[in-house]
Structures are given as structure tokens and as C-alpha cells.
Design a protein around this ligand. Sequence first.
Ligand code: DOR
Length: 442
Amino acid sequence: MTAKNFDFILRGGLVVNHDGVGPRDIGIRAETIAAIGDLSLASAGTTIDCDGLHILPGVIDTQVHFREPGPTHKEDLETGSRAAVLGGVVGVFEMPNTNPLTTTPEALADKVARATGRMHCDFAFYVGGTHENAKDIAELERLPGAAGIKVFMGSSTGSLLVADDAGVTEILRHARRRAAFHSEDEFRLIERMGERVPGDPASHPVWRDVETAMACTRRLIAIARAQRARIHVLHVSTGEEIELLSRHKDIASVEVTPHHLTLSADDYATLGTKIQMNPPVRDKSHREILWRGLDQGVVDVIGSDHAPHTLEEKARAYPDSPSGMTGAQTLVPIMLDHVAAGRLTLQRFVDLTSAGPARLFQIARKGRIAVGFDADLTIVDLKRRETIRNSWIASRCGWTPYHGKQVTGWPVGTFVRGARVMWEGEVLAPSTGQPIRFLEAL
Ligand code: DOR
């Protein structure tokens, strides 16, 4: 090797990759991984000692709500992506329930323009599927910066909704890429409004019960089969759906969230509306089956469903309180804490957060540490003990349900396409976020 082959060499880290875990140096040139192996004879503009650290393929969070354009008092694309990179996340798929809704080519192009060079991580935006745009789905889902189509079958924050089978059928008839679904049955939600107990967020999972999720996922699978379409079921929250989805893995992929894996209905007593989410945090028996689904490979990806609301909004009495909590910044530390506790391996974490998203959504040049791929890296210290605090949260709303929780395992560095955007809790590089590219839309 001759001098200055690389812009960066990460020296001495334990690289976690498709070939296992082992000591390897990584050479980065411009935006790309240029070499992996023993680079002791090479030099670089900057050499970073990664002794004692693990280097993971960059974590991609395939479900976040960053609120821009629209309710930017909760979050915007800059603050949300700042939170993401501080948490070790290199790329996000952002949701269409903004204002205006992301349902047209113009609204998508506006988001891409706002994000480019301003977001700290790479990004793609879901286009909301509606009755009106169903016939245009095949074009919409392939536009630059589009992550695909997202459909709300049950209403949540915002006004996106396609509750009926005919509407979902029409969308899936036109979709060519994997479409993502919020699967809660709107008709049952309306019927059961009376189950909400004013002032008691513990009644949230009673209202939005197991059958609300199951009934919708059953309908969704039947429609997808009839249309021979691929579906991605977001934030699966019930054991029953895991069992059902395990029988439909040819067409259905599964996301679970860190909060459904970590919190339970017992936590409403202390955290109240802070953990009010759609679909809800449920009793521990569901959490156990989500873990089993993760263990058995039924679960494909972990997404944070980062859905910020201000503490003032959350302080309204249930059910006037909005559903959602932050999560992009805490995804890595919360899941590494589960790794430390032996609930999943580090390799499985990588599979769920980089290889999984790349496989499901056919992401170009991301999702593994390989020469010729984007130099996207999440660098972690598995032994570091930290306490998660609201003061660490960069999200504009400034709080996390995990305030005060001690974890083992912490994100130390984030590289996005060769730029060191975060190191030791500081955001370093100027923002260089670009649209994520997909094989099905190149
Ligand atoms: O709890 C939720 N909040 N679930 C969703 O589906 C939407 C999200 C939001 O945007 O606030």
C-alpha cells in the first residue's frame, strides 16, 4: 500500500459483518468503503483508533415521523435527523402523515428538496397511499427519494386513511414495490370508541385491542394474496399476528419496534400517556411472543416509529393526548442493552437494522460492510454503561420514555457515506444527507 490511500482508516475495531465478527481495519475513500482487512501498512488523512469498539453496518431506521412540513413545533427534518445520527442511525424512511400529506409528486419533491444537504443522515420518504392516488401508485413509488407506499388502514395521527378492502385492493393492484401498512381495523376502532376511559391511558390497548390488529392483518394478507403483492406490516404488536404472519412469509415482512419489545402495559402506571402509541403497548404476554418471533426469524426489521409530540400535548388527559413517542435516538442503545442482556445476538441486531432493510426494500449500496458499498457505519461500545436522559435527546420535543434508564451498550460514532457525522456525542460534519437509492427505481 502506498501513502494516503484513504480518507479514513478505522483501525483495530471488531467488524460485525456477513462473515462474522472479527478484527479488521476499514479504509474509506470519498463516500465508499475501499478496503477491509489488515491495513497496517496504509495511511489515511485521518486514522481513528477503534480498539475495543464494534463496527456495524450503518443502522437504517425504516419508520420515523419527522413532521416537516407541518407540525414542526414537534420536530423537523434537521432536528429529527440530528437525533438519528446521535443515536448511531445512518438512514431513515420518513412517514407521509405530514401537512400537506406526502401523497403527490410535488409533496414528495418538496420533502426531498427540504432534506437534501440539510438532514444529517440519508433519507427516503414514504408516499401515502389514498383512494385518489391509487391508480398512480406505480409511478409514485418509483420517484426519486420514495421509500415506497405507506397505507394507514386504521386512523392514527393525521388524516391518512384507507379503511376499506376495495381501497387497499386498488392500491396493491398498482403497487410493484413492497408496500407498508399500519394495520388496525378502522371499523372496529370506531365501534369501540366507548372503551376509552377518560384520564386512563391504560384503556388504550383495551380500545385498540388485539382483534383490532388481527382483523386488519387478516384482511390485508387476504388482499395481498389475491393481488400477488408484497406487504410490509409495520409495528406488529400482538402475539396472534406474529403467529399468523409466520404462515405468510412469502408475501409478508414484519417490523417490530423497540418500545413493543421493551415496555409493557404495566408501564402505563408510571409513564401514562408518554407511552400511548398506535398500535398500543400491550401486556407482557405479547411482548414475549414478539421476542419469540424475533428469535425465530419471523421479524425482518426493527423500526423505531419515532413519533414525537411535545410534553404539553402529551399532558392532555387521555384520550385527548396524541399517540407517539420519540425513538430514533434510542433505538441503538435500547437494543444493544437487550444484546447485553442476552436477548438477541449482535449479528441478529445487524440483520434487523441494516441487512434486513436492504433485503426487504432493495436498497442500493447500503446494508453491509463491503467494498464498493456506501461507507455507512454505526460504531458502538458494547460495554459502555450510560443512563439515557431527556437532556441527551436532540429531538425538538426533548423527551424520551426511557429517561433515567441505565443501559449497557452505546453508539460512539456514525459515518454516513464516508462523512464522520457523529463522534462521542458531537455532530461533526456539515449535513450531507442524500436520498437513499433503491434497486427497483434506479
Ligand atoms: O402512535 C403513533 N403515532 N402511531 C402512528 O401510527 C402515527 C404516529 C404519529 O405520527 O404520531
